[in-house]
Design a protein around this ligand. Sequence first.
Ligand code: SF4
Length: 267
Amino acid sequence: MQYSYTQLSQYLRCPRSYRYRYLDGWREKDTRAAMVFGRCFEKALAGYFSGEDSAAILFKEWGAYREVSLEYRKGDSWDRLVHGGVHLLHKLAQDDRVRVPHPEKDLQLKMIRSLSNGNEFIAYIDAIGELDGQPYLIDWKTTTSRYAEEPAGLLSLDPQLICYSWISGIRDVALVVFVRKHDPEIQYLKTSITEEQQKQFGQLVDSTAIQIESGQFLPHSGIRFPMNGCTSCSHLGLCLGSQHLIDSKLIRSAGASDLDWLDQFED
Ligand code: SF4
């Protein structure tokens, strides 16, 4: 078995949803404009750090979706997204706080760690580079709202950063958050992950893999106001037996053999 952070977090959120996705093959349709745009923006970022014209790459990549029917958030449009994206790329260059000295080897790094029982854990790290002149493992995010910065130290609890720190052995990690709001903003958030956190994450991976392999897929429904995880779960239609919701949100593939679980862009 090969595991990824996306798989692990989906199991921890709701084991039943994991079973729908990775065993039964029900995956969300790729129709959310924000998610598709996030992938295009990531390609533009790779171009930026490789010394290419990142705005031109963004226009080219996102241009392929101009006539595609996507779901846009209220107030969003194809034009608005691309102009916001170009604004963010200019701001990144202006700020000049992030450097990737060796883009040919330090962007989208594939890392593999062996687990017990012959399993493997795979992660794709966005970049290993420098932030404000200091070495960091860096993850990018595109989002519509700012990441919380208070209370101090909150970022050190971010499970994805802990995961990347565990698999890479790098303790200094950072998030570069591209905030697509009316007045676009980039947050540069740094933290340090302890060896104890890395060790505990490894234990969490091992224990979760055991539960998955022993077939434990009970639903963890989230019916509590106001944080109801079921309302944002793409598998809600399966749990409710609603064909309308299934048809509108899901597409069924031939099981878990494809590699689209590697997608980790979330709006
Ligand atoms: S709708 Fe709720 S119970 Fe069903 S898979 Fe999604 S999170 Fe789990």
